[in-house]
Design a protein around this ligand. Structure first.
Ligand SMILES: *Cc1c(COP(=O)(O)O)cnc(C)c1O
Length: 396
């Protein structure tokens, strides 16, 4: 049996998105900047996709800047904030300790350029507090960047309240909404968002395409210079097939959002209950304020890497944290941010669902994980010490 439970890393493209892309590659290969008829026809398709995507997020079409994905959008958003900050002499940026590395590494770069960075605590439940954000804002703060939903533990942030605090204090508000768009009803206006990043491959669209929403009036920083595409803010011939594929996938995700959410949340809860029946196991992140498809647990006394490889042999695609940290031996910065000690953070498992999963997938996965955890604990010296009382359990 093959079970794909790594949808936070990437999703399978929908058939409708693939078909729309292939049709576009066949018929609309001309450059949207060309003046001939074929070029203008491509330009019309591009505009229609831009308008549809904007509308699905409550934005205007000229507030959408297509990028190569979420990482580029995050970079461009923070560079936009930094350029404004440098101009008006405000060099403080607030973010959170469990952001995606596209945010954290960009903040590291800005720090070297003289910015002061504050990373807010995300507490054991994985939720940023609006009152703590309010306290952290100073006269010097130019921008706040807090992710909509976390990619490892799935916790959903009180974005509307955080945005309201920023607006009350006259500070720009950016959110990395890569895990939220297509899964939650995101609206840039009612959510008080000034800049928002998203990426198609997280909602069954193609890889290598995403966008940054920037509210009208905010001067966008040009990360990639060259041609006049994206109103001069992002050069490069538009990837029209990918943009069309993203539009198709987003529309489908929004149309079936509530139906999918209910189905996926039911499977998620079944999976959480099944995994928590394994002794000395803990759920990471708030039980209810989390993405419908996210399960993240730590098992005491085992290594996550070994668990993943053994599950892979049983046909289950899972992850220990984010795809970006796998391959490194450091424990997840997200799990450390919610206060999990190192030895526990190493024994983590992230299972992320989509509407394509079935109850059969879940039941098979629970029994496979139970079996593999038992096998690994049998050969674990740490587990033996715990059993013999030479060490105390971290997870009761
Ligand atoms: C996947 C992801 C990104 C990166 O998006 P890419 O399109 O792969 O560059 C950024 N932020 C979050 C929260 C993500 O889950």
């Amino acid at each position: 049996m093959q079970v794909y439970l790594d949808n936070a890393a990437t999703t399978r493209m929908s058939r409708a998105a693939i078909d729309a892309m292939v049709a576009c590659m066949d018929a609309n290969y001309a450059n949207p900047s060309s003046l001939h008829e074929a070029g203008q026809s491509a330009a019309e398709k591009l505009l229609a996709a831009r308008q549809s995507i904007a509308q699905l997020l409550g934005a205007d079409s000229d507030e959408i800047y297509f990028t190569s994905g979420g990482s580029e959008a995050d970079n461009q958003a923070l560079e936009t904030a930094a350029a404004i900050g440098e101009r008006i002499g405000k060099k403080h940026i607030i973010s959170s300790a469990f952001e995606h590395h596209a945010i954290l590494h960009t903040l590291d770069r800005l720090k070297k350029r003289g910015f002061r960075i504050t990373l807010l605590d995300v507490h054991e439940d994985g939720i940023v507090r609006a009152d703590e954000l309010d306290k952290a804002i100073t006269q010097d703060t130019v921008c706040v960047s807090i992710m909509y939903a976390n990619n490892e533990i799935g916790t959903v942030q009180p974005i509307k309240e955080l945005g309201a605090v920023c607006h009350k204090r006259g500070v720009l508000f950016h959110t990395d909404a890569v895990q939220a768009v297509g899964q939650l009803p995101v609206n840039v206006v009612s959510d008080n968002i000034d800049m928002l990043s998203f990426s198609a491959h997280k909602f069954h669209g193609p890889k290598g395409i995403g966008a940054l929403y920037v509210k009208k009036g905010i001067p966008v920083y040009t990360l990639i210079s060259g041609g006049a595409q994206e109103r001069g803010k992002r050069a490069g011939t538009e990837n029209l097939p990918a943009i069309i594929g993203m539009e198709r996938a987003l529309k489908a995700a929004c149309l079936s959002m509530s139906e999918n959410a209910a189905k996926i949340a039911k499977l998620r809860d079944r999976l959480i209950d099944g995994l928590l029946s394994i002794p000395h196991t803990v759920l990471n992140g708030d039980r209810t304020r989390r993405l419908h498809g996210n399960v993240n647990v730590c098992f005491e006394g085992i290594e996550g890497e070994a668990l993943l490889l053994m599950l892979s042999d049983m046909g289950i695609a899972a992850s220990s944290g984010s795809a970006c940290t796998s391959g490194s031996l450091d424990p997840s910065h997200v799990l450390l941010a919610i206060g999990r000690p190192h030895e526990i953070a190493h024994g983590s498992l992230r299972l992320t669902l989509s509407h394509e999963n079935t109850q059969e997938d879940i039941d098979y996965t629970v029994s496979a994980v139970r079996q593999v955890v038992e096998q690994l604990r049998e050969i674990s010296p740490v587990w033996r010490d715990l059993q013999e009382g030479k060490k105390d359990y971290v997870i009761q």
